[in-house]
Design a binder for this molecule. Structure first.
Ligand code: GLA
Length: 395
């Protein structure tokens, strides 16, 4: 049963996107798709790496998203085609194995495998996938894929999941099939987004609160165009350093550590672990403060909180690459900037700026110009708005 949600903004661009996907569907499978799902990427406005430490994150599910056009099959076979990667996968629902050679195939296999482990009855399908979330850029294209797929299986199967549960299944698929021991941020953002709002997520009790940004503040994503990979080891290493810190200090997670407690026992930790802990404790505390500053248009606070987040990410958590430093300089020198910082896991990819809406176009032009001159690479710079979480939609 299709839900009656209809939140896709039918612009000329989205109509062309749907037509393109229908053409691909006809060419690949013959006939027409009968159901559509989508899920957004996200950008974190504050709270780098706080999710797996059970702290807070301020996240914006964004208007860049993953779409799926699908048609049910009765023979238990799943056939999927990614337009972005020009890749196909085919598997039987009664035998879903991991593969050695493809991250994408493990993502698309992981979701149905986890849903079945949870006792849900799945139907096979033919499906075309198209994403406007850039891949491996820190905007969580993988969670958008997982959550759009889970929604597709939900619609095909005729059962419904709470968005919170869907997010947890997406995370489990990422852990078990893609081999990335991520926190809950990305999948929660992909499932719980609301039009025009940011979400303040408590990663311990998994509650969210909507946060409205003051009307004259725009969120602008600036892509360094240097790709990052999370399975590269650094992410797992940061996570394990945080776990070591929590274990030595006798707390269940770094969420439970106050700055004072950390300062009084810092000498029990190695210098590296102490710096990681210091960053997480301060970063998590900045989340509520930035939410308040963005709602009340407190520009001094926006600027200083974002600056402290970036400095900590660079000096304490060490997730800032040279390309990110260059981009930070370009963002801070551009007209209308209120604050700027890293986004996602760091190590390259996208960054985020908060910009006075009267200057968004001038900001964009300035960043493109200065970053291109500094690096000989043209960056992508997009203003984004808050988008709804994973859903089925009608054409
Ligand atoms: C990646 C992970 C998330 C989160 C961020 C950093 O996107 O998938 O769970 O840890 O990095 O905040």
């Amino acid at each position: 049963m299709l839900s009656t949600l209809q939140s896709v903004e039918w612009t000329v661009k989205s109509r062309a996107r749907a037509r393109h996907m229908i053409d691909e569907f006809r060419a690949e499978f013959g006939g027409e798709p009968e159901l559509w799902t989508r899920a957004p990427g996200r950008v974190d406005l504050m709270g780098s790496h706080t999710d797996y430490n059970l702290g807070f994150v301020l996240t914006l599910p964004i208007s860049k998203d993953t779409w799926i056009a699908a048609r049910r099959r009765e023979d238990g076979i799943v056939r999927l085609r990614s337009m972005n990667l020009d890749a196909v996968d085919e598997f039987r629902l009664d035998q879903i194995d991991r593969v050695a050679d493809s991250k994408w195939r493990n993502y698309v296999r992981g979701v149905p495998a986890v849903l079945q482990q949870e006792g849900l009855a799945l139907k096979g399908c033919d499906a075309i996938i198209h994403s406007s979330v850039p891949i491996e850029s820190g905007l969580s294209s993988s969670a958008a894929l997982e959550c759009a797929l889970a929604t597709m299986f939900e619609e095909l199967g005729g059962w419904h999941l709470l968005p919170q549960r869907k997010a947890q299944f997406g995370q489990k698929a990422e852990h078990e099939f893609a081999g990335v021991n991520c926190g809950i941020l990305d999948q929660y953002s992909a499932c719980l987004g609301l039009n025009g709002c940011a979400l303040l997520l408590d990663c311990r009790n998994l509650s969210t609160r909507t946060v409205h940004l003051a009307g004259n503040i725009h969120v602008v994503i600036c892509n360094t165009m240097s790709r990052r990979r999370l399975s590269g080891g650094e992410y797992a290493q940061r996570r394990s350093e945080c776990e070591q810190g929590a274990a030595i200090l006798g707390v269940p997670a770094l969420r439970d550590l106050s700055p004072h407690h950390l300062a009084s026992r810092r000498n029990e930790l190695s210098d590296t672990v102490a710096r990681r802990c210091e960053f997480i404790v301060a970063e998590s505390a900045r989340v509520e403060l930035l939410a308040q500053a963005l709602s009340s248009n407190d520009r001094d606070a926006i600027s200083s909180l974002c600056a402290a987040s970036f400095t900590g990410a660079k000096d304490l958590y060490e997730i800032v690459s040279p390309a990110m430093e260059t981009m930070m300089d370009c963002m801070l020198a551009a007209p209308g900037v209120l604050g700027a910082r890293q986004a996602g896991a760091g190590f390259g990819g996208c960054m985020v700026a908060l910009v006075d809406s009267a200057h968004t176009e001038a900001f964009r032009a300035s960043v493109i110009d200065s970053y291109s001159r500094a690096t000989q690479t043209t960056p992508e710079v997009w203003p984004v708005t808050g988008a709804r979480g994973a859903e089925a939609f009608h054409l």
